[in-house]
Design a protein around this ligand. Structure first.
Ligand code: ASP
Length: 441
């Protein structure tokens, strides 16, 4: 029998009206037995997400010892929702308890997590389902890492015998007690964790878009929707900024080969995008699956004659970066040259100067150059490895745009080609690559 875990994002939970849509979706399919929710998101552009209101509560708490002012907005949102839904329960006292506990705990993570908590309390009422608090079933270990075994077992036990359950996303319990959240957008991870624990046949991730697009619609007008993606392609594209789904949310489901389907709460009949394990994935005919880009990288280019025969050269360069706690994004290399690509946000000027000094001392390069404000563009697709001439087409498209390519890196899986260009060229490069592989539609 099929078992579906459905995670509903912030816009699906924005108000009573959208929560009714969620209810209809869940109830239209008896297999949808596990529901994971985010905090209410924006109702209109310019609105504030409940999670952002809660971060304001924390700031007020730290400054004044209470958060009466900021919490009043949260209160209004939830009281409005319960009224709209005509639910007969004492939301005011749930909100009072929440405010009291926020004042006692004074923890940013605890306060931020209350949007999911309250949303799940309401959704459980609306569905007549069992509420399972993530604090009781999602655990982190002493190092702050997600404790998979303990959590999977606890979720399975808590859900036993229940027809339908609702679990708040975004948080769990830290090893020494107290609430800890995932990074922003982390309810996607919670959904994947619950899917894994429940042994789901599918993890449905309900958003406000009908799936992944082949590139950013702000760059190309109505780009094609991607029908199927492999986990690996998803990982590449979401790491590079295609942010429909949190980039870490595939790890729990990947091991168990559970497919993810991105669906649209506001157009539930749309097919969406299926993200499949490689074993189930059949390329859909196009060479390229998607194109994504990210700005603000720094490239350190290093040249030294006979670099290739100097044992330990790359290790020495990398050990400098390790000492400074900077992680390396890519390392394209030649016979006498190598580059390291770093995320500029991890560097301030001072650190960069020091890193360069240390590299000089460590490997005595003949020449070294730094390029800043570099954008990386990833062209991703399993189809690329088996078709001749893909990179020629890609570089021809960029040359015709008059773009100077600063760096090239082809992943060893041949799943992607990454090019580095100036930040200001990123949009036109993505548009040119899209036109080359998808035509003008
Ligand atoms: N509510 C949290 C956030 O705004 C988590 C989530 O929506 O997934 O980041």
């Amino acid at each position: 029998m099929a078992l579906k875990v459905c995670k509903f994002g912030g816009t699906s939970m924005a108000d009573g009206h959208t929560m009714i849509k969620v209810k209809n979706i869940v109830e239209s399919d008896p297999d949808r037995r596990y529901v994971v929710v985010s905090a209410p998101g924006k109702r209109f552009s310019g609105d504030t997400k409940v999670t952002d209101l809660l971060y304001k509560c924390h700031a007020e708490l730290t400054e004044h010892g209470d958060c009466k002012l900021a919490f009043a907005d949260v209160r209004r949102r939830f009281e409005g929702i319960v009224k709209e839904l005509n639910l007969d329960f004492d939301m005011a006292s749930v909100l009072d308890d929440t405010e009291r506990r926020m004042e006692e705990e004074r923890s940013e993570d605890f306060t931020a997590s209350r949007g999911e908590y309250l949303a799940a309390v309401v959704m459980a009422r609306l569905l007549g389902a069992k509420f399972i608090d993530a604090e009781d079933v999602v655990f982190f270990d002493e190092n702050g890492a997600f404790d998979d075994k303990k959590s999977y077992a606890a979720i399975a036990t808590a859900a036993e015998g229940a027809e339908r359950v609702v679990v708040p996303g975004f948080y769990g319990s830290r090893a020494g007690g107290g609430v800890k959240t995932f990074s922003r957008g982390g309810s996607d991870i919670s959904g994947a964790i619950v899917a894994r624990a429940a042994g789901a046949t599918v993890y449905e991730n309900w958003t406000d878009v009908s799936g992944f697009l082949a590139c950013d619609p702000r760059i190309v007008d109505s780009p094609r929707r991607i029908k199927t993606l492999s986990y690996k392609e998803l990982r590449e594209l979401s790491y590079m900024g295609a942010n429909v789904l949190h980039s870490e949310s595939i790890f729990p489901v990947r091991r168990a080969n559970i497919p993810i389907v991105i669906k649209n709460t506001f157009r539930p009949e749309d097919e969406g995008t299926s993200i499949l394990p490689i074993a189930q994935y059949k390329p859909g005919g196009s060479i390229v699956t998607g194109i994504a880009g990210k700005k603000n990288f720094t490239v350190i280019f290093i040249e030294k004659s006979h670099m290739n025969s100097e044992v330990g050269f790359i290790r020495k360069v990398l050990s400098v970066l390790e000492r400074f706690g900077v992680s390396v994004e890519h390392i394209p290399s030649g016979i006498d040259t190598m580059s390291v690509v770093l995320d500029s946000s991890a560097l301030d000027n001072f650190k960069l100067e020091q890193i360069l000094e240390c590299i000089k001392a460590e490997v005595e390069p003949d020449f070294m150059r730094v390029s800043e404000n570099i954008a990386l563009i990833a062209t991703v697709g399993h189809g690329m490895s088996s078709s001749v001439g893909t990179s020629a087409r890609l570089f021809k498209a960029l040359a015709e745009e008059g773009v100077n390519v600063k760096m090239i890196d082809q992943g060893s899986s041949e799943l992607n080609i990454i090019v580095g260009v100036k930040d200001e060229d990123m949009e036109k490069c993505i548009a040119a690559i899209y036109r080359e592989f998808f035509g003008n539609n």
